[in-house]
Design a protein around this ligand. Structure first.
Ligand SMILES: [Zn+2]
Length: 58
């Protein structure tokens, strides 16, 4: 069995199974905690959602 351990894209710590992720157009970023995710979003801004996932505006 190969468990692929993710590292936090901000601080580099291992991401727990119940981690936080942000989908960008290029790849999915993973974070160890909500704080790291929040800081990344603050630094990089909200990513563009993947093209296939369109927001239904009704
Ligand atoms: Zn982190």
């Amino acid at each position: 069995m190969s468990d692929t351990k993710q590292d936090c894209d901000l601080c580099g710590l291992p991401v727990p199974p119940k981690g936080y992720s942000v989908e960008t157009a290029e790849r999915t970023l993973t974070f160890c905690c909500e704080g790291c995710k929040g800081i990344w979003l603050m630094l990089n801004g909200e990513p563009e959602p993947p093209p296939e996932r369109k927001a239904t505006s009704k």
